[in-house]
Design a protein around this ligand. Structure first.
Ligand code: NI
Length: 136
């Protein structure tokens, strides 16, 4: 059977602060620069979710993209959009909300809801030029 990749893009705004509570203020400032400013800053995150699977002969779809859009809304957008990631999202209570950590959290949230027969890959843009992908 032919395997086809399908994609859905989504968007959310969120605030964060990069900080490692196990390190002192000077080391945090050195490691994270402006991203360590105590009063947080925001990003317009762009999310790309990729599923790979076989075309279902009944529907002609790999995956119903409306269903995927709803899943992204429920699992990710509701949880992160217009939130402070450090304060409002429990996954980041003890996890530094870098793009790398955010993409892994998003992957895990979606992986739970998408059958294992589909390959899943998540790409997250923190800025136009900085983006991460999981799994690598
Ligand atoms: Ni930032």
């Amino acid at each position: 059977m032919n395997k086809v990749a399908v994609y859905r893009k989504a968007h959310f705004n969120a605030a964060h602060r990069l900080h490692n509570a196990n390190l002192g203020d000077a080391e945090n400032a050195e490691l994270f620069g402006k991203c360590n400013f105590p009063n947080y800053h925001g990003h317009n995150y762009e999310l790309i979710v990729k599923l790979v699977g076989e075309i279902d002969p009944k529907t002609g779809y790999v995956y119903d993209l409306k269903k995927l859009a709803d899943l992204i809304d429920e699992c990710v957008i509701e949880k992160m959009d217009h939130r402070n990631l450090n304060l409002d999202v429990p996954e980041f209570k003890n996890l530094n909300p870098t793009a790398e950590n955010i993409v892994v959290v998003i992957y895990n949230l979606l992986r739970e809801k998408i059958e294992s027969k589909y390959e899943l890959k998540v790409t997250l843009y923190e800025t136009e030029r900085n983006f991460v992908e999981f799994p690598a």
